[in-house]
Design a protein around this ligand. Sequence first.
Ligand SMILES: Cc1cc2nc3c(=O)[nH]c(=O)nc-3n(C[C@H](O)[C@H](O)[C@H](O)COP(=O)(O)OP(=O)(O)OC[C@H]3O[C@@H](n4cnc5c(N)ncnc54)[C@H](O)[C@@H]3O)c2cc1C
Ligand code: HEM
Ligand code: HEM
Length: 410
Amino acid sequence: MSLTPDQVKLIKATVPVLKEHGTAITAHFYAVLLKENPSLNGIFNQTNQKTGHQAGALAGSLYAYASHIDDLGVLSPAVEKICHKHASMYVRPEHYDVVGTYLLRAMGDVLGEALTPEILEAWGQAYWQLANIMIKQEDSLYKSAGPWTSWRDFRISKKIPESSQTTSFYLSPVDGKPLPSYHPGQYISVSTSVPSLHHDQNRQYSLSAAPSPDHYRISVKRESSVRTGDTTHPAYISNILHADKKEGDILQVSHPFGKFYADSKEQNNGALVLISAGVGITPMVSILDTFVQEKQERRISFMHATRSSDVQAFGSYIQDTTSTHPHITSVIFNKHPAADVKQDTDYNFACRMDLDKVDKNKDLCLDDEEAVYYICGPGGFMRDMGDRLKSFGVEEQRIKLEIFGTGNMS
Ligand SMILES: Cc1cc2nc3c(=O)[nH]c(=O)nc-3n(C[C@H](O)[C@H](O)[C@H](O)COP(=O)(O)OP(=O)(O)OC[C@H]3O[C@@H](n4cnc5c(N)ncnc54)[C@H](O)[C@@H]3O)c2cc1C
Ligand code: HEM
Ligand code: HEM
């Protein structure tokens, strides 16, 4: 059942009140939801909950939804992106019942009498209107994944260091059955037990190589400690993968999902301009590797920024690939190059990425009106690069962003 015009008005009028009490509602919502439904602990990111990102993501999307409630078309790309992430974590229709119930209960508990039955009813309708759209989209994603309908056991077949911080994991399915292909740029979720929490946690990792029927490769940066309130803990999953997981160990893996990808079968000859910083290089390496393996002649410009030589992953792979393929070029920004690396061979500029320093046509492909721009890295980096490209006249729809976190680019 859809919302009545009066309910739409009520929703819009109550957005500021809910916004004001967002943090209190969050705390209450998660505390009660997870206490009474401990099995959900394995789905929700424990670190983000404590730092408020995940709650912000949920609230932010409810808000965006509420402000476009009479014009739902506006939201669809954003909703689609959330659904890919949900699907990679195997969020199910029955979870929506639980989350909806606890969300409305938390709103009622925190807002007390200010939340009249009419307002609560309107928000319940709004929640379900959005939830039903998402459940339907997720259902079609699950169908597109064929028989792979839940977490699948993979064995770590190889563990290869790529830099002082980043390690590649080659993951082979324990059932030995061939793996489905994916679009380069997509990610998988990886789930494993976190002993200190006494339950599982999952995280997303971009696939970092061309598709192969017998293994997937991900490349994981070891994150530093996370401070939440008075306590500090090592970032959970990246540290467990680096420190505890050995070749032969088992992880649970989702089917590949995600909307940030380059389609090598697409009828578009525009250049691919791949712009990354730090571990944001992983989806770009997958795109590069796929187009090279498929012998695609599409022009590729690979631009990457690294903080220093020791943390630079895939340096020699990029060098070898560009030197053997005339249609592929690269520009490396290395803020602190080591004494033994050479300018113009190992890196090009000893600074942060600065698009004013590169060739506007050879590197930025501004002479190609069909060029597509892929950006992945820290939030500030993506914002700066996106803004600069737009100032050069690149339209928003040709710029694609991948955020290695939740919600906004914070
Ligand atoms: C689509 C996608 C693709 C990704 N691809 C890759 C990849 O290819 N390689 C890779 O290494 N990672 C990738 N990530 C990131 C990865 O999913 C994990 O987030 C990362 O490994 C950290 O997880 P963790 O469990 O080790 O850290 P967690 O325990 O989750 O904690 C670390 C995170 O907590 C947050 N945090 C820490 N301190 C604070 C604070 N004081 N305040 C607020 N927030 C704080 C930060 O977001 C930090 O990243 C990707 C993420 C997404 C969404
Ligand atoms: C139901 C209607 C709600 C609306 C309309 C709403 C609206 C908002 C808005 C607009 C913001 C700022 C978001 C941004 O800057 O992107 C916000 C922040 C926040 N909201 Fe809500 N909110 C709602 C409910 C909730 C709920 C249910 C939770 C908890 C699950 C919550 C927790 C938070 C938190 C923690 C923040 C700060 C996020 C951060 O710092 O990352 N809110 N809310
Ligand atoms: C209408 C209801 C819902 C809305 C609007 C919503 C919205 C969102 C948004 C905006 C994100 C962030 C996506 C991103 O990072 O790109 C997110 C992530 C997530 N959602 Fe939902 N969601 C809903 C229901 C659910 C349900 C039912 C579950 C399952 C119990 C769930 C579990 C999660 C988890 C685990 C994450 C990842 C959080 C993280 O990485 O910190 N959500 N959701």
